[in-house]
Design a protein around this ligand. Structure first.
Ligand SMILES: C[S@@+](CC[C@H](N)C(=O)[O-])C[C@H]1O[C@@H](n2cnc3c(N)ncnc32)[C@H](O)[C@@H]1O
Length: 418
């Protein structure tokens, strides 16, 4: 444990504790004194590892800074506590000064101010359910998190149930559903206003299903009744290659050849020496990707996906959220002419029917779409436009008549050649 330089005299600490009302989170002060308030040490053990050397931590709604102090004690490189109450910030700064700890406290409203950088750990404990728009804030927290996002949230307890005049049966039912329960008058007790009560499965769905940036969400009880902690581990990908094209264009074969290092000219264009250790994930199977840290990953992406999913634009496709988790992204778009697409689609369907897995209507619809050359070109063109906006390396490859590689700017030339 790191020892800090205490500059305050015992008399000054005693005077400070007497004068200020600091009783919220029990903070250990020098000379065997403390602020009084709730003991949050068991929550702290659950959410912060013993060693935070080199890590950065942001505590949103930090109150007097208990969790910031604990992060600094564990060796965090940078700790920032934010709160919209000037009194909290004033007191938190005085406590940090007394303890000689380098913590930055800022007056900040999480609903209106923007977090400017990413932190390894983002804590938001007992704040979300007080906010006007918790989902919008959650998005900001996700963006600000590099490693772990930790939330402590109020769910509907027996006292709240009675106050809100909800029957026992309804509350039991709600507890098991993914619900953001909107409190009628915004008050759950004399002192605290809860605008929402949020169930565990609601948090899980918001973090795991509405977007694709977390590898896992662990839910734990806390020392407060009817509250829970969610510890969400963000996916961190080193290098990501998106291999894209419509269904039946040959992505699976191309990826297999890349992983067998059979396409050195393509690998060379992507500045990769060896693809054999790269993992693969299909955009439909992110649930298989439970490791938070993945060094090298190939994403298998169907460029018609947003149209099947009704999201319509690539920017809204949750599968592409993963681009934000990667340190370096490159794109490989596989161009396959419509006649070959139809041939490969028919073969795929025949194989599926043989296995009793016919796709019927979807296959017919796709086959009809592939008969329209202009439509195919538009889909490719929209996708390539999206890739260009990502400012990442992008190549367009054709393998139907030998291997041809083109940059995204002159991909149309490649199309005309075939
Ligand atoms: C219930 S306390 C929780 C304190 C601490 N996180 C904990 O769990 O011990 C909520 C804290 O969030 C702060 N807060 C509430 N709304 C906020 C907002 N919009 N922006 C920043 N801080 C906020 C309050 O001032 C208060 O300090």
């Amino acid at each position: 444990m790191i020892v800090f330089n205490i500059t305050w005299s015992e008399e000054r600490v005693r005077e400070f504790l007497q004068k200020e009302n600091l009783s919220y989170q029990n903070i250990e002060m020098p000379y065997g004194l403390s602020t009084g308030g709730d003991d949050r040490s068991s929550t702290c053990k659950k959410i912060l590892p013993d060693d935070l050397t080199g890590k950065t931590v942001l505590d949103i709604g930090c109150k007097f800074g208990y969790f910031c102090i604990e992060a600094i004690k564990r060796g965090a490189r940078k700790v920032v506590g934010i709160d919209f109450d000037p009194e909290n910030i004033r007191k938190a700064r005085m406590i940090a000064d007394c303890l000689g700890m380098p913590i930055t406290y800022e007056l900040f409203d999480i609903e209106t101010d923007r977090i400017q950088e990413k932190y390894d750990y983002v804590l938001c404990l007992n704040v979300l359910h007080h906010l006007k728009d918790p989902i919008a804030v959650l998005d900001r927290l996700i963006e600000a998190t590099y490693e772990n996002l930790i939330l402590e949230v109020a769910s509907l307890g027996p006292r709240d149930r009675k106050r809100l005049k909800i029957s026992l049966f309804t509350s039991m039912l709600l507890k098991h559903l993914p619900v953001l329960f909107i409190s009628g008058n915004g008050r759950s007790s004399q002192f605290r206003d809860h605008k929402f009560f949020i169930t565990q499965s609601a948090i899980r769905r918001l973090l795991m299903n509405h977007q694709n940036m977390f590898a896992s969400v662990n839910i734990e009880p806390t020392e407060f009744k009817d509250r829970f902690i969610a510890i969400a581990a963000k996916r961190r990908i080193g290098k990501l290659l998106v291999v894209a094209g419509p269904i039946a264009c040959g992505k699976t074969t191309l990826i297999r050849k890349l992983q067998n290092n059979e396409l050195p000219e393509v690998a060379g264009c992507l500045n990769v020496d060896d693809f054999s250790s790269w993992r693969t994930v299909n955009a439909r199977r992110f649930d298989e990707l439970t490791d938070p840290v993945i060094d090298k990953l190939i994403l298998y992406y169907d460029i018609k996906r947003p149209f099947f999913k009704n999201t319509k634009v690539y920017e809204r496709d949750v599968a592409l959220d993963i681009l934000k988790n990667a340190a370096a992204v490159s794109f490989l778009t596989l161009w396959t002419p419509p006649d070959i697409l139809i041939e490969q689609l028919d073969k795929k369907e025949q194989d599926k029917s043989r296995d009793g897995r016919s796709t019927g209507k979807k296959y017919q619809k796709l086959r009809k779409a592939y008969q329209d050359f202009e439509k195919i070109r538009t889909i490719y063109s929209d996708w390539i436009e999206f890739c260009q906006k990502q400012s990442a390396k992008h190549i367009v490859v054709s393998v139907t008549d030998g291997v041809r590689i083109s940059t995204d700017e002159n991909w149309k030339q490649l199309v005309m050649e075939q």
